[in-house]
Write a protein that binds this ligand. Structure first.
Ligand SMILES: Cc1cc2nc3c(=O)[nH]c(=O)nc-3n(C[C@H](O)[C@H](O)[C@H](O)COP(=O)(O)O)c2cc1C
Length: 437
C-alpha cells in the first residue's frame, strides 16, 4: 500500500537563549548573541527534509504577571529576542532548500516594509522566503510603537486584509521579464514593466512600485495562524500554509475540513494551502523513558505554576496573578489570541485555575505523541491519515542540540522508513516543495 507523505515544519519559539538551562546547548551565557544555535537547527532540519523554519516573534518584554517584567526576565521567557529576519537571513545563508519564514506583525511594520523585507529575503535565499502574518496580541507591544493599545481583534483582521492586498500588489509591481540586463543597449530594467500600485484603503496607503525588485517566487509564501473566525477567513483567502493547534483528532479534522470548505467557497483549490498541526513529540530510546518524560511535564508545571500562568497570560494577554488559583476558571475574554484562550477554557472545564494551568502546560500540541521514534512515527502517520491534514509543525518547548537530534536523527528517519515524509527535496524553491505533495 502506498502512503501519502506529509510535510514537516519547525516552529522556533522563544529566543536564542530559551534553552540556556538545558543539556547540550553550549555556553549560552557567552554565546547568546550569536545565532549559532539557530543556524545549526536550520542545517539539521534541512538535512531532515523539513519544508520550513517558522521564526516566532513578538516585540515586547512580557509583563503579564503582577504587572511586572521580572518573571519574564529572570527566566528568559522570550527575551532576549532578536529580530527574526536578521536571524532568518543567517539561516538562509547556511541552507539551500529550506523555507525561511520570519514573523512580521501587521501593526509594527508598514506593508511596504514587509513586502520589501520578505521580497529581499526571497532574493538572497533564491526563492525560499515566507512571511508569517500575525496581527499582534499585546498592548505592551503596541506601546512600543506609539499606540496606547492594539486595535480591537476583528478590526485588526480587517486591517490585515488590506495589508496583505498591498503586500501582494507590491510583489506583483514588477512584471516577469522586467529585468532585461541588455548589455548591448545598456538597459537594465524595462520601465514599462514596473508599476505603481496606488493603493488607497481605509487603513493603509501605498504608492509603489517596490524598489527592491521582483522576488524569485513572484509572491513569497504566506503563512498564517489565526484560529478565530476572521483569522480563518483571511487564511483561506491568502495563506499558502496554515499552522494551527486545535486539540485532538476530531478538532484537527474539523479544522482541515473548514479550511477546505472556506477555500472552495471563494474558488481556491484547497490543495494549494497546507495545514500543519502543532506537535511536541517526546521521543526516547524506550517507551518507559518517553512516558516518564511526558509525565514529568505536569510535575514541572505544578512546581513552576507562576511561570506557567505567566506564559499563558502572555499568549492570552491576561494577568492571572490576581485570580483565585483554587477556584474554577473565571469567564475570560481577550483582545489577544482568541483561539488560544478558547483552547485553554475548553481544556479547563470545571477545573480550578491551578489544575487547568497544569493540564494546559503539560499538553503536547494538537496531539500528544510520546514513545520511541518508531512508535511516534506510527502514531503520527495514523493521526494524519485520520485527519486528512498536510503535516506537522514541530514545536518543542525547549530547543537544545539534544532535542533537535532526537527529532532529526531519531524521529525523522523512522518517518522516512515508513514513507511518511520526504527523503530529499525535489525543487529549488520553497512553494514548489510545499506543493509537491
Ligand atoms: C503555531 C502558531 C504560531 C504563531 N506564531 C505567532 C508569532 O510568532 N507571533 C504572534 O504574535 N502570534 C503568533 N501566533 C498567534 C496567531 O498569529 C494568532 O494571533 C493566534 O493564533 C490567535 O488567532 P485568533 O485571534 O484569530 O484566534 C501563532 C499561533 C500559532 C498557532
Amino acid at each position: 500500500m502506498s502512503v501519502k507523505p506529509f510535510h514537516l515544519a519547525w516552529f522556533l519559539q522563544g529566543s536564542s537563549i530559551q534553552a540556556w538551562g538545558a543539556n547540550w546547548t553550549g555556553n549560552i551565557s557567552e554565546e547568546w548573541m550569536s545565532a549559532s544555535m539557530f543556524v545549526d537547527l536550520a542545517r539539521n532540519i534541512e538535512r531532515a527534509g523539513f519544508d520550513y523554519l517558522l521564526l516566532e516573534d513578538s516585540i515586547y518584554i512580557g509583563q503579564n504577571w503582577q504587572n511586572s517584567r521580572d518573571i519574564f526576565l529572570k527566566n528568559g521567557m522570550s527575551v532576549p529576542r532578536q529580530e527574526p529576519t536578521v536571524v532568518g537571513t543567517l539561516c538562509a545563508a547556511a541552507t539551500s532548500r529550506l523555507g525561511i519564514v520570519p514573523t512580521l506583525s501587521t501593526f509594527a511594520y508598514h506593508p511596504y516594509l514587509t513586502a520589501r523585507i520578505i521580497g529581499s529575503l526571497d532574493q538572497v535565499s533564491e526563492g525560499r522566503a515566507g512571511w508569517n502574518m500575525v496581527t499582534g496580541s499585546s498592548d505592551f507591544s503596541a506601546q512600543n510603537f506609539g499606540l496606547d493599545q492594539l486595535p480591537p481583534h476583528d478590526t485588526r483582521y480587517e486591517m490585515a486584509a488590506e495589508y496583505i492586498e498591498i503586500v501582494t500588489k507590491l510583489w506583483d509591481s514588477w512584471e516577469p521579464g522586467a529585468i532585461v540586463a541588455d548589455r548591448q543597449t545598456g538597459v537594465l530594467i524595462d520601465p514599462a514593466k514596473v508599476h505603481t500600485i496606488d493603493y488607497d484603503g481605509v487603513y493603509y496607503k501605498s504608492r509603489g512600485p517596490l524598489n527592491s525588485g521582483p522576488a524569485p517566487q513572484g509572491r513569497p509564501v504566506i503563512a498564517q495562524a489565526g484560529g478565530s473566525k476572521p483569522g480563518r477567513a483571511i487564511a483561506a483567502r491568502y495563506a499558502d500554509t496554515i499552522v494551527a493547534h486545535p486539540k485532538g483528532v476530531a478538532a484537527m479534522k474539523d479544522y482541515r475540513a473548514e479550511v477546505t470548505a472556506n477555500m472552495q467557497a471563494i474558488g481556491r483549490d484547497p490543495s494549494q494551502c497546507k495545514v500543519l498541526f502543532m506537535a511536541y513529540p517526546i521521543v526516547a530510546d524506550t517507551e518507559a523513558e518517553a512516558r516518564e518524560r511526558a509525565d514529568a511535564r505536569a510535575v514541572w508545571a505544578a512546581n513552576n505554576i507562576e511561570r506557567c500562568m505567566a506564559q499563558i497570560g502572555w499568549t492570552t494577554n491576561i494577568d492571572f496573578s490576581s485570580h483565585d488559583w483554587d477556584a474554577p476558571v473565571a469567564e475570560l475574554s481577550t483582545n489577544g489570541h482568541q483561539s488560544s484562550l478558547y483552547n485553554f477554557i475548553t481544556k479547563a472545564g470545571s477545573n480550578t485555575l491551578r489544575e487547568a494551568v497544569i493540564a494546559y502546560s503539560s499538553m503536547g500540541g494538537s496531539y500528544d505523541f510520546v514513545g520511541t521514534p518508531e512508535s511516534v512515527a506510527a502514531q503520527m502517520g495514523e493521526v494524519m491519515e485520520e485527519v486528512g491534514g498536510d503535516g506537522y509543525l514541530i514545536a518543542l518547548p525547549n530547543v537544545s542540540r539534544k532535542s533537535v537530534a532526537e527529532v532529526c536523527d531519531g524521529l525523522v528517519p523512522a518517518l522516512q522508513q515508513r514513507g511518511l515524509v520526504r527523503r530529499g527535496y525535489s525543487h529549488a524553491q520553497f512553494r514548489d516543495n510545499l506543493l509537491a505533495f
